[in-house]
Design a protein around this ligand. Structure first.
Ligand code: ATP
Length: 207
């Protein structure tokens, strides 16, 4: 997926969070968005995903050169973020089944393979509510990275992961990100070491 932003700006009440965002996210490239806490990384990620409408400017999503209807953009992307909750009432096995009703996994992946990938043996009948924060984060990342979508958004991907979990995340990216468009928002270098393009949101704070 390719995304084009033209003079995009976002304000909450009277506060302008982002201004003059002229940005093209090229298909197949991997981008890191950096910036201090509260600078607008998540806001930009939500705009890129189509979940948040800019206060000013234009955004276009293209797949294979065709502009996607804004209502349909969600079908083409996977998004893992601290503010996107899992359904806590489901067991792990149910969560995988439920996810598949909306998004297919990549070719060759099924629930069993994902369960193995998660490295959470014996937890398939455990309620997501009873997962530790690190287990929940693994599940969010696996669902995002293993879904068959052309655009992957990861906000603070190593939140709640220990060193083993961080290594697991990096392996997951290496195996499954493939030639998809990837955007990672984070302040932690290890989260986006694989991204060839990096920029700070601070450039979009100037009036
Ligand atoms: N729904 C909202 N209503 C009002 N203000 C908001 C809303 N969402 C975000 N903000 C404000 O927008 C600014 C940018 O927030 P955002 O979450 O995009 O920053 P961030 O760079 O992702 O921060 P962090 O690194 O702490 O996650 C903050 O000042 C925040 O308080």
């Amino acid at each position: 997926m390719k995304i084009e932003l033209e003079k995009v700006a976002k304000r909450y009440r009277r506060e302008w969070i982002l201004r003059k965002v002229d940005l093209t996210i090229e298909a197949g490239k991997r981008y890191a968005i950096e910036g201090p806490n509260g600078s607008g990384k998540s806001t930009l990620l939500r705009i890129l995903s189509g979940h948040l409408t800019p206060s000013k400017g234009k955004i276009r999503h293209l797949v294979d050169g065709q502009v996607i209807d804004p209502d349909q953009v969600y079908r083409h992307l996977s998004y893992a973020a601290p503010y996107i909750e899992l359904i806590e009432e489901l067991t792990l096995a149910e969560a995988l089944r439920f996810h598949r009703r909306f998004k297919e996994f990549l070719p060759g992946l099924d629930d069993e393979v994902i369960l193995e990938l998660l490295s959470l043996p014996g937890n398939s009948s455990k309620l997501v509510r009873h997962f530790s924060s690190g287990m929940k984060q693994r599940l969010k990342l696996a669902l995002a990275l293993c879904s068959d979508t052309s655009f992957l958004l990861l906000d603070e991907p190593t939140t709640n992961l220990d060193q083993q979990g961080i290594d697991w995340y990096l392996q997951l990216v290496e195996r499954f990100a493939g030639d998809r468009t990837v955007v990672v928002a984070s302040n932690v270098a290890v989260d986006f070491g694989f991204c060839e393009e990096r920029f700070s949101v601070l450039q979009y704070k100037k009036s």
